[in-house]
Ligand binder design. Structure first.
Ligand code: FES
Ligand code: FES
Length: 1005
């Protein structure tokens, strides 16, 4: 094997590596520097960026031997390199820091510090690449313009943040380099924070993410680890007659070849219905082109992939159906003959009032049909699962008493149940250990490689890693449903809605996944955030031979909101009404009834969202177009070949499972004699900063500093079940579980101290790591005085109780333990009961609301669309952490922008056309608009401190707002997403009023 000599982060290395190795592989797998990430292996995402001899490179395609003799700098070495050059960062950091990382933080490169304090790292998978890329800019230019930063980062994707925080972090770092001071982030106002709740606290894992220390699934390396590669169907629908495996089994390094015949337990898995085969074959045909047929397990990933080519499959191709409307025809090929309803996964119905009477009362009726595409989550970290067999002892990771799976999963307990069922094991014999997750957005709820890795580890007796390439990830995992939606909206002359009728078709693809639930949300939200007295909605969720479709941020409401809001805009136009006024007139308010019969009792901030968005839109409009101030806000304004106009749309989204499903989360709190506490739940952290919310909730209740609470999530052996991370439910559910667990622990501690000091428990309070036995003394401290030195004015009340004193939290815990009391406590939180669809009453326990406005520009010579400015207002009940809340909003908006303009996962006759990340055009920093965000806080009665979900609503109204903006600019109504800009240009030239084009449609005349 040839020898490679290079210096990495100041250390000289000479190693034997295969000649065809790339630099990223050498860094990660030979040198163990896993801070450099691989998101695509196609020079597309920028996650693998490192510096070679002062120049940034995509190390995934940089041949390792090109770095012979070179000096390489990776994220692990950036801070030391910065310090080596005698550069000292600002100190102290002007935001609350956390954990033991406080000291280390000041030693970091200003970019790393700024990414932490500005919330520019969420899932963190992109952060090393973005930081390394930005460092090359700041090395040359310590005062870059916005355009220069965007140009520098144009080839580096972030799927979570929406780029705004990244831009501000790079600017702040530049300021720090120039002045030694690191500016903090600019955040919108919110209600006054409590001690922890509502503050912009940096996420607890931020330092690990910006230094490359955070371990994602593919970063786990075990002694003797094997590698799995999966053979997938070459047809969208085919019987598997035979798989010849002997030649592959005989190849060098191959340890096992597994097929359906090797599955000892349940041959199928699934979250709602167990209809998805672990391997297609035998009784189960391949039903889409991503179905797995076999797993090759070998010593190296290269050997495993090479052996796939030696597997010979005999197929009997079957007719395929790839359109959800055609799938409903009695003549369509049936995917699951064991089901009684043919290809119908679910017919979902909403019936409300008298639809005929509603339309009879209408003076204006608008009826249109809309189409939305299948879209892809494009989380930057491809799926990876590592299974370690029971009894394995590893020098780095210790003993494994049971079969253990390391995976980034949104539902660890569901993973455990499905793995155990397919392996024929009791659930207790399997442990799922969640790793740091590089994004999910709903796409990591279904099983990916977990069962295969577990099976392979069991068969071979060795750890097995199953890592998907980007192409495999695209081909395999469930997508956002493509939909066809007809909406008929009726209103009186003065704009009062009288009726909505809708028919939806959802392409659920080959397996159930969460399709029924997703399309139920699309259906129940199909009247929009409006009081509609009469509604009749029918939805058909259909099986097809396309990729399965399931959860994706917005959960079906993204699709129906596009149709509903487009119809609302047409209605406003036909009525001659201001579009905001039409929405205001019909907006849901406290006391209003939804189309499913639910009377809203609290927390309906829709009108506030409308008002704040409108005011800001007008202010920005006056600044941007001084000549047009005071005129029609939505009128087009020409600037050369471009025409600009605002579009406005609204949306709402349920928090929690709803529909009668029991919804619970458990959390366990433990306090320690050193004075810190740990909160545990299995709920998934995928970048949204649930861990920060849980830490803040626990710290608030126990009166501890944020830095004295640690969080353990996603471990089925160590953390109780928090339920699925879906439906924007975790802040509410797990937030409440953590809050109530911590509160119960506080009461236990109060009881112990009350006995010791012989005072009533309620006179004991906790604050900043101290237990106050006289709560009046605490009041003085909170009012600005100091312990032992009361504030001068106002005059403190005299200390009344002779036994008044304070003691450290640690001593309170020591007292608890000395009395033999349990320092650990579990709380099972059950959300308020909900009702199934069709039975009336509360279908959901909370809703979030949002209004988005987009200033859109259309180039009339090219058809190019750009979003220059976005204004948002979100009613989130209560801001739990202002920094991560704004990050969720910014990220959701840019994801919705991609949904409107560029994103489309394309299959042709059931075979994937989108095979590479470069073919899936998600927004880069160049597309990121300027944003003004308003936080509206109408608290829910039972949410933690009034909070409800924000994860999904932030990506819902933006797509229709953009489509409406385009219409206002150039008069073309886009009826299908994404908006094909070539077709838009042709429509402009042809004078087409309504553009019903999508990718693959024949060209316009
Ligand atoms: S992993 Fe190298 S550019 Fe994506
Ligand atoms: S934080 Fe950028 S991809 Fe997740």
């Amino acid at each position: 094997m040839p020898q490679l000599s290079l210096t990495v982060n100041g250390d000289a290395h000479t190693i034997d590596v295969p000649a065809n190795r790339f630099l990223a592989e050498v860094l990660r797998y030979d040198l163990g520097l896993t801070g450099t990430k691989i998101g695509c292996n196609e020079a597309e995402c920028g996650a693998c960026t490192v510096i070679v001899d002062g120049r940034s490179v995509d190390s995934c395609i940089f041949p390792a031997f090109k770095a012979q003799g070179a000096t390489v700098l990776t994220i692990e070495g950036l801070a030391a390199e910065w310090q080596r050059h005698g550069r000292v960062s600002a100190e102290p950091l002007p935001v609350p820091a956390n954990r033991a990382a406080d000291d280390a933080l000041a030693e970091l490169h200003p970019l790393q510090q700024a990414f932490v304090s500005h919330g520019a790292t969420q899932c963190g998978f992109c952060s090393p690449g973005l930081i390394m890329q930005s460092s090359t800019l700041l090395a040359k230019n310590d005062d870059p313009s916005d355009d220069e930063i965007r140009h520098c980062l144009k080839d580096s994707y972030c799927r979570c943040t929406g780029y705004a925080s990244i831009l501000s972090a790079v600017k702040a770092a530049a300021t720090c380099i120039r002045t030694g001071e690191l500016p903090g982030p600019e955040l919108p106002p919110s209600v006054a924070p409590l001690e922890q709740i509502g503050k912009p606290l940096p996420r607890p894992d931020a330092v690990a993410k910006v230094t490359g220390a955070a371990l994602y699934s593919d970063d786990y390396l075990f002694e003797g680890m094997l590698h799995g590669a999966t053979l997938r169907s070459a047809h969208p629908h085919a019987r598997i007659l035979h798989i010849e495996i002997e030649a592959a089994r005989a190849m060098a390094g191959v340890r096992a070849v597994l097929t359906h015949a090797d599955v000892p337990g349940n041959p199928r898995h699934g979250l709602v219905e167990t209809d998805w085969p672990v391997f297609a074959g035998g009784a189960y045909p391949a039903r889409y082109a991503g179905d797995p047929l076999a797993l090759v397990v070998a010593d190296t990933p290269e050997q495993a992939r090479a052996a796939l080519a030696a597997l010979l499959v005999t197929y009997e191709p079957l007719p395929a159906v790839t359109d959800p409307v055609a799938a409903r025809s009695p003549a369509a090929p049936v995917l699951h003959p064991d089901r009684k309803d043919g290809n119908l996964l679910k017919h979902i119905k909403v019936r409300h009032g008298d639809i005929a009477q509603g339309f009879a009362q209408a003076d204006v009726i608008v009826e249109r049909t809309y189409r939305t595409p299948m879209t892809e989550h494009a989380f930057l970290e491809p799926e990876c699962a590592v299974a370690v067999p029971a009894g394995h002892l590893d020098p780095r990771h210790g003993a494994h008493e049971k079969l253990t799976i390391y995976v980034g999963s949104q539902i660890p307990y569901a993973d455990r149940a499905q793995v155990a069922a397919s392996l024929g094991l009791p659930e207790e014999a399997v442990r799922v250990r969640g790793t740091v997750m590089g994004g999910g957005f709903g796409g990591k709820e279904d099983i990916a490689g977990q069962i295969h890795a577990a099976l392979a580890a069991t068969v071979t007796g060795r750890p097995v890693k199953v890592l998907y390439s980007r192409e495999e990830s695209l081909r395999f995992h469930p997508k956002r449903h493509a939909t066809l939606i007809r909406v008929k909206t009726g209103a009186t002359r003065d704009g009062l809605l009288t009726a909505v009728e809708a028919e939806l078709y959802g392409d659920s693809g080959a397996y159930a996944s969460l399709g029924e639930k997703v399309m139920t949300r699309a259906t129940t939200h199909a009247t929009g955030p409006y009081a509609v007295p009469n509604a009749r909605i029918d939805c058909y969720a259909m099986y097809t031979n396309n990729a399965p479709c399931g959860a994706f941020r917005g959960f079906g409401v993204t699709q129906s909101a596009f149709a509903v809001e487009s119809n609302m805009d047409i209605l406003a136009q036909q009525l001659g009404m201001d579009p905001a006024a039409l929405r205001r007139k019909n907006a849901l308010q406290v006391g209003a009834q939804t189309a499913t019969g639910q009377v809203l009792r609290d927390s309906v901030g829709m009108l506030d969202c409308l008002q704040r968005t409108e005011v800001t839109m007008r202010e920005l409009h006056a600044v941007r177009f001084p000549g047009a101030a005071g005129g029609d806000l939505y009128a087009p304004i020409r600037e050369g070949s471009k025409v600009l106009a605002w579009g406005l749309a609204a949306g709402y989204k349920n928090t929690g499972l709803g529909g009668g499903a029991p919804d619970a989360a458990a959390a366990e709190v433990e306090v320690y004699p050193d004075g810190h506490a740990e909160i545990r739940t299995s709920s998934a952290e995928m970048g949204q900063n649930l861990i920060g919310v849980l830490a803040a909730a626990t710290a608030e209740e126990l009166g501890l500093p944020f830095s004295q609470v640690s969080v353990l999530v996603m471990d089925t052996d160590l953390s109780p079940d928090g339920g699925p991370t879906t439906a924007s439910r975790q802040t509410y559910l797990s937030g409440n579980a953590a809050r109530l667990a911590a509160r119960a622990m506080r009461e236990r501690l109060q009881g112990v101290l009350a006995e010791k000091f012989d005072v009533p428990p309620e006179t004991i309070a906790f604050h900043e790591g101290l237990a106050y036995v006289d709560s009046e003394r605490l009041a003085r401290v909170q009012a600005g005085g100091t312990e032992g030195a009361p504030a001068a004015a106002p005059q403190p009340k005299p200390i009344l109780a002779p036994q008044t004193r304070s003691l450290p939290f640690a001593q309170a815990v020591q007292q608890l333990l000395a009395e033999g009391r349990d320092a650990r406590l579990r709380y099972d939180y059950w959300a308020p009961k909900t009702q199934p669809l069709g039975t009336g009453g509360d279908m959901h326990f909370a809703f979030s609301y949002a209004v988005h406005a987009a200033l859109v520009s259309v180039d009339t010579e090219t058809g190019e669309v750009a979003v220059e400015q976005v204004v948002t207002a979100h009613d989130v009940g209560r801001a739990m952490n202002l920094l991560s809340l704004v990050g969720q909003i910014e990220g959701g908006v840019v994801m919705g922008l991609g949904n409107a303009l560029t994103e489309h996962y394309i299959e042709e006759n059931g075979m994937p056309w989108t095979r590479h990340l470069g073919q899936y055009k998600m927004p880069s920093v160049r597309m990121a608009p300027a944003m003004v965000n308003h936080i509206v806080e109408h608290p829910t009665a039972e949410g933690p401190w009034g909070a409800k979900g924000v994860g999904e609503i932030s990506s819902i109204p933006i797509s229709p707002a953009i489509a409406i903006g385009i219409h206002n600019a150039v008069g073309v109504r886009c009826m299908a997403l994404p908006i094909d800009q070539d077709a838009l240009l042709l429509a402009l030239k042809a004078g087409t009023a309504e553009l019903d084009r999508r990718w693959g449609d024949p060209p316009l005349d």
